[in-house]
Design a protein around this ligand. Structure first.
Ligand code: ATP
Length: 455
């Protein structure tokens, strides 16, 4: 038995993800993400999370939910997707949730007038829409992004309801319910994870922009005057969260909204941006929304929404600091950040806490005595971690399969181990192998997971 960790042959050249297509095919092949309704030819910009994707997504949501609600000053909520239609008048979405749309009269392409610099002409893909002499764009017209449907059996204008375009409004309309039932004092926040729907004009880039997606939003209610301090704290807290999920610092930055991007009621807004293969793009918005939302709901519902501060005997409408991150977009950033091609192997260097499986267990060969010990170890590990089992192909092939789905540890049971109750544990990132006592596996994996750092 040797204590020296073994290292598999590595080709020094390391490639990062350079286009979404490589990720799309890995995700399909390994069961992370499939095109929706694929047997019917798919449906624009809708995707289904497969067996591994759903685990990764749950782990991201879990990481966010714990970070938000493992504190005394934040409560959780799960509001319904369909809300009273007045909600969307109050929020400004009926009137103002529009994107300027232009059509190309020649190629019939449809583009967002404010994002032309990211689009390609349908006739000459090296040019932007409208730049090619034969292609003429229409004047921009406003297009409302909310999906409409009807509530009840009659399809008339009185029964129109909307699929929520953001989860935030469910929080605003429940401000008093939550505050009073939880007896929270300001400052405090409400956190929610849920689906949102936007009839985007130009969805695409895999799951970057879809028409149905999940948001993780938190509204933090503060006393007017303390809002900018709180805003600064939340900026830091949120970038720290992305780092804690393993995203590399060099791939994250803030973008401050300038006067033309800022909503009229907003006092400040920053995006957290990630450097995707398509360039720097927003993954999260952090906004100081002033008292706009609560005041509008007050006005449209006719109900007072105020907070009474015992200590000062003051009544006020709280200001709101909002943090809003797309779960799917955070997941896309996580996959992009983790993806590496190192010579022959493709590996997802996911943070172990996010990896769909923490550990894979292999018998060296399909021999009864090895299978018996493997079963025992696999059963024991499953009580502590999401684990998987593989007995087919060479050990090298089995390592590669696990690398590609980001499993941080592989445990092999061999004949030496039968004699002295040891196993070989191989670690994904450095490909080092160690022989350890089977009884120490759980502690070993836990230790390594808690000290893991991104490369
Ligand atoms: P954009 O300007 O890109 O349309 P936005 O500024 O309207 O986005 P917000 O309303 O601030 O986005 O939404 C908060 C977060 O929700 C975004 O940072 C993003 O992660 C996510 N998100 C918004 N729209 C989509 C979408 N169509 N598909 C996937 N995620 C989205």
């Amino acid at each position: 038995m040797s204590d020296t960790p073994k290292i598999e042959a590595v080709t020094p050249e390391v490639k990062e993800l350079s286009n979404f297509q490589d990720l799309v095919s890995l995700c399909k092949r390994r069961g992370f993400i499939f095109p929706s309704s694929e047997i019917y030819g798919g449906i624009g910009s809708c995707w289904d999370y497969g067996p591994l994707g759903v685990e990764l997504k749950l782990n991201i949501k879990e990481s966010w939910w714990r970070a938000m609600t493992n504190r005394d000053d934040i409560e959780g909520l799960d509001a319904s997707i369909l809300m009273h239609p007045r909600t969307w008048e109050a929020s400004g979405h009926v009137e103002g949730f529009v994107d300027p749309l232009v059509d190309c009269k020649t190629c019939k392409g449809r583009f967002r007038a404010d994002k032309l610099e990211h689009a390609n002409c349908g006739k000459k893909s090296s040019m932007r829409p409208g730049q090619y002499s034969e292609c003429q764009l229409t004047e921009p017209r406003n297009f409302n992004l909310m999906f409409k449907t009807f509530m009840g059996p009659v399809e008339d204008s009185a029964s129109v309801v909307y699929l929520r375009p953001e989860t935030a409004q469910g929080i605003f309309v429940n401000f008093e319910n939550v505050q009073q039932s939880s007896r929270q004092k300001i400052p405090f926040g409400i956190a929610q994870i849920g689906k949102a729907f936007r009839n985007e004009i130009t969805p695409g880039n895999f799951i970057f922009r879809t028409r149905e997606f999940e948001q993780m939003e938190m509204q933090y209610f503060v006393k007017p005057g303390t809002d900018m301090d709180s805003f600064e704290q939340w900026k830091q807290t949120r970038i720290d969260w992305h780092l804690s999920n393993g995203l590399r610092r060099s791939k994250l930055r803030f973008h401050q909204h300038g006067p033309t991007e800022l909503d009229h009621y907003a006092r400040a807004a920053f995006d957290v941006e990630y450097e995707f293969p398509i360039g720097w793009q927003e993954i999260e918005g952090i906004h100081n929304r002033s008292d706009f939302d609560l005041r509008r709901h007050q006005e449209f519902s006719g109900k007072k929404i105020e907070y009474f501060e015992e200590a000062t005997k003051e009544k006020f409408v709280p200001f709101v600091i909002e943090t809003s991150v797309g779960c799917d977009r955070a997941l896309l950033a996580t996959l992009c950040d983790a993806y590496r091609v190192e010579g022959e192997r493709t590996v997802l260097k996911l943070h172990p806490k996010l990896a769909p499986y923490k550990v894979a267990v292999f018998p060296l060969m399909k021999k009864p005595e090895l299978l018996e010990m493997t079963d025992k170890i696999y059963g024991g590990l499953k009580k502590h971690f999401r684990a998987t089992y593989d007995e087919s192909g060479t050990i090298g092939k089995r390592y590669r399969r696990q690398d590609e789905i980001g499993t941080p540890f592989c445990v092999t049971i061999d004949y030496d181990g039968l004699a002295d109750n040891t196993v070989t544990i191989r670690e994904r990132d450095g490909m080092t192998q160690e022989r350890i006592s089977a009884d120490k596996l759980v502690g070993y994996i836990n230790d390594k997971m808690s000290t893991w750092k991104s490369e």
